[in-house]
Design a protein around this ligand. Structure first.
Ligand SMILES: C[S@@+](CC[C@H](N)C(=O)[O-])C[C@H]1O[C@@H](n2cnc3c(N)ncnc32)[C@H](O)[C@@H]1O
Ligand SMILES: [Zn+2]
Length: 420
């Protein structure tokens, strides 16, 4: 149970659903409380919603459908006789499990679990509403207990989905042990101020690392979460392979393959390190594990550098997996995947950003610092490539780029473009 969570009261679900509205997300109809009654005034919802449903998270759910279908295709090729087993460990209204049921190839075994009895009753009503009463098993347990029981009794799940309100940190140790060897773990974290370095002491407490509030902090946040998942897997003789790591609006979402084996654990360590960043001139670098090998002075402007870590400094995506996701997304209708356009665009960026050095350059922030106007992204791209550097956009921020360019050359190019 999340530490500050209240147990639900005994409630009559038939009376309750009379007061709920029915919304549509993708191909699914859903009984839900009205998010407007529980918003903080912006796009964030408060925990007071009796059963959680955030329409903004449609993107999270839709990309999850695509990632799990890509995984299912691999799974069916390798184990055609074994139905894919998925645990939606924190199902709330059941929307994720229900959309998965409609989307994935059958047969599959989906378990929708939530600690809240009210959520469970609502999941069952939502199953009835969509005439899929028998295709999902529902459970009403603390998912830490459930995953630990499954791990202990070797009833592994091919996919486990963690979608908490806030940090996922205390669910990860049990999740990594109860995914099957080669299985997939999907994790949401909405505690972005912690991961992005706005609350460094909370980051130390929750993820045991030094946060870094840098100009590319959203990528740093992904790397902190991946490092944490890997560290929790190691005691179980397991290691991680990130297949897709995404940062959207107010949350991050990572998909990692979990495998067993000592060699893999050792190779995970090759992907652990620190990021160094100069707050004065935006210089950045990464180093493998020994922070004492790092310079404490920026080699360009001699200011004191900041560091973050230990964190994941390896690749964030697996290109073959991303390409499979792109194919699936292209073939979906907008009806089934409402945010298809944004997903296709995101997936197109990933293989390119994956080839680039760590970090990104936020063009607006650099131009602000240089006190110059911002040129178009197309002009910037042409100028960088013309000088022989590589270039990619990033899904993380619309006005950011990834490149092997150094910051003095980038500043010079941005200056020159303003004079054209
Ligand atoms: C953010 S909501 C999940 C949203 C849902 N996955 C979706 O896509 O709409 C988090 C859910 O986790 C449930 N929860 C919190 N602690 C839990 C625990 N220890 N075990 C199982 N469920 C838990 C809450 O009741 C809540 O319904
Ligand atoms: Zn510097």
């Amino acid at each position: 149970m999340q530490p500050d969570m209240e147990p639900d009261m005994e409630l009559d679900i038939d009376e309750i659903i009379k007061k709920l509205s029915v919304v549509q997300e993708g191909d699914l109809k859903l009984y839900t409380y009205s998010p407007d009654d529980f918003s903080d005034g912006g796009s964030m919802l408060t925990k007071s919603m009796p059963v959680f449903y955030n329409p903004i998270q449609e993107l999270n759910r839709s990309i999850t459908l695509i990632a799990y279908k890509a995984y299912q295709e691999e799974h069916m090729a390798n184990h055609p006789e074994v139905p894919l087993k998925i645990l939606d460990s924190m199902a709330a209204s059941g929307i994720r499990s229900l959309r998965l049921t409609l989307f994935l190839t059958k047969p599959h075994e989906i378990f929708a679990n939530d600690l809240s009895p009210l959520a469970l009753s609502l999941i069952r009503k939502n199953m009835e509403l969509n005439s899929i009463s028998t295709q999902i098993e529902t459970t009403n347990k603390d998912c830490n207990l459930l995953m630990s029981e499954w791990g202990t009794s070797h009833r592994f799940s091919h996919i486990i989905d963690l979608d908490p309100f806030g940090t996922p940190n205390y669910f990860i140790p049990n999740a990594v042990r109860s995914v099957s060897n080669g299985g997939l773990l999907g994790v949401t974290a909405t505690d972005t101020p912690v991961l992005f370095g706005v609350r460094p002491s909370a980051c130390l407490r929750k993820y045991n690392v030094t946060a870094l509030r840098s100009s590319f902090c959203k990528e740093v946040g992904l790397r902190i979460l991946l490092h944490y998942i890997a560290k929790q897997a190691h005691p179980w003789m397991r290691y991680i392979e990130p297949v897709m790591a995404l940062s959207f609006d107010h949350y991050v979402r990572v998909f990692v393959r979990i495998r067993k084996g000592k060699e893999g654990i050792t190779s995970n360590f090759k992907n652990f390190g620190y990021i160094l960043w100069c707050p004065h001139c935006d210089w950045r670098d990464s180093i493998h594990l020994n922070i004492f090998d790092a310079n404490s002075q920026c080699p360009l402007c001699h200011s004191k550098v900041k560091f973050g870590g230990p964190l994941w400094i390896g690749k964030l995506h697996e290109n073959d997996f991303v390409l499979k996701c792109s194919e699936i997304a292209e073939n979906c209708t907008k009806q089934t995947i409402p945010s298809k356009k944004r997903i296709v665009k995101t997936l197109n960026y990933l293989p390119h950003e994956n080839q680039m050095p760590l970090g990104y350059f936020n063009i607006h922030k650099i131009c602000d610092r240089l006190q110059i106007s911002v040129s178009s992204m197309e002009k910037i791209e042409r100028a960088i490539i013309a000088e022989g550097f590589n270039y990619s956009r990033t899904h993380i921020e619309p006005h950011a780029i990834k490149s092997n360019i150094d910051i003095p050359s980038l500043s010079r190019i941005l200056h020159a473009l303003t004079k054209e």
